[in-house]
Ligand binder design. Structure first.
Ligand code: KG4
Ligand code: ZN
Length: 362
């Protein structure tokens, strides 16, 4: 019998999601259900996520998704131990919808409510999928964030590096737009890059060699634009070569930062037999980037843990799981706990210019 069942709710951006996660008798976490509804179509005509449309779509979809997640898990409200909801960072309207719904269920059923940081959901996913022990190193690469985080324990996060301008997913999306590739950008850049020559255009490797562990991608994006203008009109082969050259530069820049982060991690924890590097966020789907991270991990004698893609991108299972760890640690949130559009994982880290600028997706 799976125990300590947590209902998780995620509504911080353009995915409405609900999931039930608990502990199997052997102590392993178990996903009993994990339903996600993407709003991509609602926002497609606007070329980005429209907060007001997102909030309304969450209101319309959430009740049905919660019902579906419970019925798929074959449980009722009375079987739950707690209700967890993303309370930030993200779009405030969506956060309110998810958190208020969770609080209402908690109040009506006499269950604890647990407010979860969306980034903590991403950060703890490798523990849900691969039972990774603390401490480990996390690379979070999504459309809204590019961060290196030391995960010391539940609620104990140190941000070692972040982007000073664009997130990597954002750079992929802007490159796609520049080359008139269809949305979603990242996957289409990867597709076209497969036929291209990564050495054709000599693009910069931002931050390479810098001691600090931060990232920068806006210069790379500008260099792609300049190369595209110089080569115009672009043939199919030019587009493929630009995509391949951009992807290679991004992967090399990321690999350089990760090499240094792994060195620092090993120096911080010399007693660890097998240091672990984990990755989360949509960009982790990119095979060239994954290969570069695999190579760096292997060189450093570390293990790369990359959760399945459905759990790398936004979902509610990660929120339910973070809720489960919090529940087991005896942490409960008040029913008047606020939602926060900005909520850094490491509250002690100084915000850098551009950090979380898009503020929407995390
Ligand atoms: O984690 P995610 O689904 O949403 C958040 O941003 O939270 O990540 C989406 C980002 C987008 O910028 C998308 O272009 C990028 O991940 N992405 C990719 C690939 N698949 C998704 N970037 C590069 N290569 C891919 N295969
Ligand atoms: Zn996210």
């Amino acid at each position: 019998m799976t125990t300590r069942l947590i209902l998780g709710i995620e509504t911080s951006c353009d995915e409405t999601a609900a999931a039930v996660v608990g502990r199997a008798p052997d102590g392993a976490p178990q996903i009993l259900s994990n339903v996600v509804l993407s709003q991509v179509e609602e926002h497609a005509a606007f070329g980005g996520v429209v907060p007001e449309i997102a909030a309304r779509a969450h209101v319309e979809a959430l009740d049905g998704l919660i019902r579906a997640s419970l019925s798929e898990a074959a449980v009722g409200f009375d079987d739950l131990s707690a209700v967890a909801a993303t309370s930030g960072p993200g779009l405030i309207g969506g956060l309110i919808v998810g958190a208020m719904t969770a609080k209402a269920i908690a109040a009506a059923r006499g269950l604890p409510f647990i407010a979860v940081n969306h980034l903590e959901g991403h950060a703890l996913t490798p523990r849900l999928t691969d039972a990774v022990a603390y401490p480990y190193l996390l690379l979070l690469v999504s459309g809204g964030h590019t961060q290196i985080v030391l995960v010391r324990g539940l609620g104990a996060y140190e941000r070692w590096g972040t982007t000073v301008d664009d997130a990597l997913g954002e750079a992929f999306d802007k490159t796609a737009k520049l080359l008139s590739l269809p949305h979603p950008g990242g996957v289409n850049v990867e597709r076209r890059a497969a036929d291209g020559d990564p050495r054709r255009f000599p693009l910069p490797r931002p931050m390479k060699g810098e001691r600090r562990l931060d990232f920068s991608f806006s210069g790379l994006k500008t260099a792609v634009r300049q190369a595209a203008v110089a080569a115009a009109p672009l043939s199919e082969a030019d587009v493929a070569d630009l995509c391949a050259s951009f992807q290679a530069a991004a992967a090399e820049s990321l690999a350089d930062r990760i090499r240094r982060a792994l060195e620092r991690f090993k120096a911080t924890y010399p007693e660890l037999a097998e240091p672990v590097l984990t990755v989360a966020g949509g960009v982790a789907a990119n095979r060239t980037i994954r290969a570069a991270l695999e190579a760096e991990a292997a060189k450093a004698g570390a293990r790369l843990v990359a959760p399945p893609l459905a759990l790398c991108t936004d979902n509610a299972a990660m929120i339910a799981y973070a809720g489960l760890e919090r529940f087991e640690a005896g942490i409960r949130s008040a029913l008047d706990a606020p939602v926060r559009s900005r909520w850094p994982l490491d509250e002690t880290a100084a915000p850098l210019v551009g950090f979380g600028r898009r503020g929407a997706k995390a």
